[in-house]
Design a protein around this ligand. Structure first.
Ligand code: G3P
Length: 214
């Protein structure tokens, strides 16, 4: 299973969480990675943890003030990027452009979507993976893999119908090992989570619990 920890703009110490993710990654068969804010990418990557960006824009080098260039993200040490998170929605054409920009820079891609219909559209753009996240469950602690298992199974089917090479992750409310196991049982190859680790009093203990059954 792939466990991708999105730090959003939570007031955690990104380097401390990154070190916890790195240390837990070394003690499990699961693949762990962390997605800090763009400004923190380089110092997070320096810890040795697998580092992801939260977003890249559909642009190239040039006149693009305030945008995030995929090549800069890669130069800072990221190996992948989220695209179209529920909290950073893009138009379809921009999702396509961001996937192409990420691929141009050698970044792995996870395109997020709200539901199985959008997952099918996202998979058609050829990312490495898609992630289904019902917005109403994000940050609630109520896991999608248990509260809405159909949406995960339907997302897996929708992606598979379009391109069987595209992996499916699920996210929203995931905070325990049981939630991750349930996600795997529904066909997801990984989970995308945030508050269960980034807002935990002890992120390392939260991560150890998450990967313990894997
Ligand atoms: O990117 C992951 C995220 O949207 C899920 O957040 O806090 O429900 O794990 P959370």
């Amino acid at each position: 299973m792939f466990v991708l920890v999105n730090l959003k703009t939570y007031p955690c110490d990104p380097v401390a969480v990154a070190e916890a993710v790195r240390d837990v990654d070394e003690s499990t068969d699961a693949r762990l990675a962390v997605a800090p804010q763009a400004a923190d990418l380089a110092r997070v990557a320096e810890t040795g943890v697998e580092t992801w960006a939260q977003h890249v824009d559909p642009i190239e080098h040039g006149s693009n003030t305030g945008h995030t260039l995929a090549e800069s993200v890669a130069d800072a040490g990221a190996v992948g990027t989220l695209i179209n998170h529920s909290e950073k929605r893009l138009k379809l054409a921009d999702i396509d452009g961001s996937v192409q920009a990420a691929e141009r820079a050698g970044l792995e891609t996870v395109v997020c979507a709200n539901n199985p219909e959008q997952i099918g559209a996202a998979a058609a753009l050829g990312p490495d993976a898609v992630a289904v996240e019902p917005p109403e469950l994000i940050g609630t602690g109520t896991p999608v893999s248990q509260a809405d298992p159909d949406i995960v199974e339907d997302a897996v089917e929708a992606a598979d119908n379009v391109d069987s090479e595209v992996s499916v992750l699920c996210g929203a409310g995931i905070s325990t090992g049981d939630d991750v196991v349930a996600a795997g049982d529904l066909g997801a190859e990984g989970v995308l989570l945030a508050s269960g680790v980034a807002k935990a009093d002890d992120p390392q203990a939260a991560l150890e619990d998450l990967v313990e059954p894997l």
